[in-house]
Write a protein that binds this ligand. Structure first.
Ligand code: MOS
Length: 741
């Protein structure tokens, strides 16, 4: 027992604070909460891509065993957020965003939820859902990105940029022009999206939900059901992975609430894997064209970058695909354009590295191609065009250690073994390729609030209503708290994922550590300030001392130049008859000072791979990912972020692709058998290196952000290595064996 306890404590203190709970099953994820009298809702999806429902055939399903109700547009109770401004024009902001399930009989995409069966067990609900049929009036639809992207009339403008001369690459000394395509990639975290809704009377709602931002879910549901925010509680204590799909609430969230209200029981609605494809967004299909030129010495003279990505017919989703070409390298002439193509499909959304992941695939492949044409090493080409200030706004970067990233990665991968001529290097007769590419993402610091409760038993509880979708936020916050409060980590717990806690930011855009970490730092200084005042006022040995004369270490306050005068936090609180002290503090967004800087995290990924020329099989041999992500707060969880991001990049480069059958506007591979996410066997040994230099302009934590740059740049690094091995430039992801034969 003692021994077990020791192992636990070591693990707790040094690694992941929630690791044991997660691997032993103690951690409760949204769909795992067990509530008395729970009922189960199952979505029925449309089988047409566009049109309207003429008739729902529910007789058989209604009479199936265990069915409590079937909700569809014809009997859905009124939802205030569905038509708010019809009643009150001032309430337009309260309208439910995106698809409103069961609002009317319109169908906008294949698989759209058109009915919801509620039964007393999941199995009975699934069975009854299979019996629901609909009669439709079909309308003409368009789901064909490849065909429609060339039709100017169908495109919506979403942004243009120009500095210097447009299309300057056309007159460059050395230039290339090429097109790049990435298919739809969908969200496939291990944990499916799930919502459990429980009503207490008509005006109090508790929701257990998979979310990256419980406060946003609270706000959206309060608006949607016409409730004060305080009457809605959202719990999202553990999240089993998310890459952006849980940044907003999709139709299953209000649907579960509608169901629970109607049947007057707690209702759980968990999506199936197939419904993850049709319901919670995806990285959009994107076409890009890059023209790029340099003089013979490698100095860039022009970049032109055009992009088109798809959106749905009922919402515009756009992301900064072409922005990377505007600022990543120093180039006098840059023009970009970005347009959206609305199709009759469900709405895409943010997915790890949204924008730059797609944009860097084209830009970093184009630079690689240019490097061969110039006969300049690709790293050298990037160094020649290194941007010392952000070329768009001319601001210096708060910190930028990109050159250090190149140097570290080059050494680790053994770049000197790379051959400048493709196909020259073999190992045991197998082609060998080396490739590299850079990644970038915006950094910054949002607003956050945290609470700290220091107890007389010597423990510190930190709280904020954020969620931890897997990056290790809890571990990072405990680490920051331990340092700021001068307490051992195992005395600290970080509580999150509950809207009853102070407002935390949404977990997205690689911004959580800087935002909440800052709030935690402020909370801890306030707690130390209280301790200071208490010790001077109440403990005679400290009387009349100036606050500066005190120091803190390992939970003890002592006099800086006389350590024999000391008292533990615990004894101090006890002697002052205080069971605990509590503070709530707010951290503002990054300061005005920060406006004078450009702020980004940077990464560079290096790949070594084998290509079997007879089969086109690619075997990754090694990936080295190097990050300039500011100060690394928790080494292990940071490393895992980088590894996870690289695995996402492997999927993007080699395996992931959603197929649509354009005769029906339907996904044909919305399952794990046919949609291939990379598995362990696809993943080579990984080295993760951090420059690990703090950025104190962004936040006192020194952190910049890791989540996105972990993935951005991985796919082009792989594509560039494939070219180095084979001389084949594949510009259409994923790079499957058939494309190499
Ligand atoms: Mo991330 S795409 O900000 O979850």
């Amino acid at each position: 027992m003692d021994k077990d306890l020791q192992i636990t404590e070591t693990f707790f203190a040094d690694d992941r604070v929630d690791g044991i709970d997660k691997v032993t099953g103690k951690a409760t994820f949204a769909g795992e909460h067990q509530l008395a009298n729970m009922a189960y809702a199952v979505f029925v999806g449309s089988t047409i891509a566009k049109g309207s429902i003429k008739n729902m055939l529910l007789f058989e399903a209604k009479n199936a065993p265990g069915v409590l109700d079937i909700i569809y547009y014809g009997n859905c109770p009124a939802v205030p957020g569905y038509d708010p401004y019809l009643k009150d024009p001032n309430k337009k902001g309260y309208e439910w965003r995106g698809l409103k399930p069961f609002h009317n009989n319109q169908v906008y995409s294949n698989g759209q939820p058109i009915a919801m069966v509620i039964a007393d067990t999941l199995e009975r609900a699934v069975h009854a859902a299979s019996l629901v049929k609909a009669e439709y009036v079909k309308a003409e639809f368009d789901s064909d990105f490849e065909r429609s992207k060339t039709d100017e009339k169908k495109l919506k403008k979403s942004g243009e940029y120009k500095r210097g001369e447009a299309d300057a690459y056309k007159n460059g000394e050395v230039s290339i022009e090429a097109e790049y395509t990435i298919p739809i990639e969908t969200h496939n975290p291990m944990e499916l999206h799930a919502t459990i809704a429980v009503w207490d009377g008509d005006d109090k709602l508790t929701v257990y939900d998979k979310s990256q931002g419980p406060k946003n879910v609270q706000r959206d549901l309060a608006n949607n059901f016409g409730l004060p925010e305080k009457n809605v509680r959202v719990v999202t204590e553990y999240v089993g992975g998310a890459f952006g799909s849980a940044l907003r609430s999709w139709p299953h969230v209000p649907a579960a609430c509608i169901a629970a209200k109607k049947v007057k029981r707690p209702v759980k609605l968990m999506l199936t894997r197939e419904q993850m494809f049709t319901t919670v967004g995806y990285r959009p299909h994107a076409w890009q064209k890059i023209g790029i030129s340099a003089d013979k010495q490698g100095k860039l003279t022009g970049i032109t970058h055009h992009a088109i990505s798809n959106t749905s017919r009922y919402e515009d989703f756009s992301e900064g695909i072409v922005n990377v070409s505007q600022f990543l390298y120093d180039c006098p002439n840059v023009n970009t354009s970005y347009r959206l193509l609305p199709l009759d499909v469900n709405t895409p959304t943010w997915m790890r590295g949204p924008g730059p992941a797609t944009g860097c695939f084209a830009l970093e492949c184009a630079l690689d191609e240019l490097s061969y044409k110039l006969n300049i090493d690709p790293i050298e080409l990037r160094l020649i065009n290194h941007a010392n200030v952000n070329p768009v706004n001319k601001l210096p970067w708060s910190t930028k250690f990109l050159k250090e990233c190149y140097a570290l990665g080059k050494e680790k991968i053994g770049w000197q073994n790379r051959r400048a001529i493709p196909g020259e290097l073999t190992e045991d007769g197998i082609l060998v390729g080396y490739g590299m590419a850079g990644g970038v993402f915006g950094a910054g610091r949002g607003q956050a609030t945290a609470k700290g409760i220091l107890k007389s038993d010597g423990t510190l509880i930190l709280q904020s209503a954020v969620s931890d979708m897997g990056p290790g936020t809890s571990t990072a916050m405990v680490t920051i708290g331990a340092e700021a409060m001068e307490l051992p980590p195992r005395k600290i717990s970080f509580e999150l994922g509950d809207t009853d806690f102070p407002t935390g930011p949404i977990q997205g855009g690689s911004g959580t550590t800087a935002a909440i970490g800052t709030a935690i730092t402020i909370v801890c200084s306030a707690l130390k300030q209280s301790l200071k005042e208490m010790v001077i006022a109440n403990i005679p040995a400290f009387a009349n001392l100036k606050p500066e004369a005190l120091k803190y270490s390992n939970g003890i306050i002592s006099v800086a130049d006389n350590a024999s005068i000391n008292i533990s936090y615990t004894d101090l609180l006890k002697q002052c008859n205080k069971p605990e002290i509590e503070v709530v503090k707010d951290s503002a967004r990054a300061s005005a000072e920060a406006q004078k800087y450009a702020m980004n995290s940077f990464s560079v990924h290096f790949v070594k791979l084998h290509v079997y020329s007879r089969t086109g099989l690619i075997k990754l041999k090694q990936i080295v990912s190097v990050a300039d992500a500011g100060k690394i707060i928790a080494e292990n969880t940071a490393r895992s972020q980088m590894v996870g991001g690289a695995v996402g990049g492997i999927g993007m480069a080699l395996t992931e692709e959603v197929f649509i059958d354009n005769r029906y506007g339907r996904y044909t591979n919305s399952n794990f058998a046919d949609y291939h996410v990379p598995v362990n066997a696809d993943t080579p040994p990984m080295d993760v290196l951090f420059v690990n230099k703090p950025d104190n302009i962004i936040s006192p934590t020194g952190a910049k952000g890791i989540g996105e740059i972990a993935l951005v740049g991985v796919a082009p690094a792989i594509a560039n290595a494939v070219y180095n091995a084979t001389g084949k430039r594949i510009r259409q992801l994923p790079i499957t064996p058939d494309k190499l034969l």
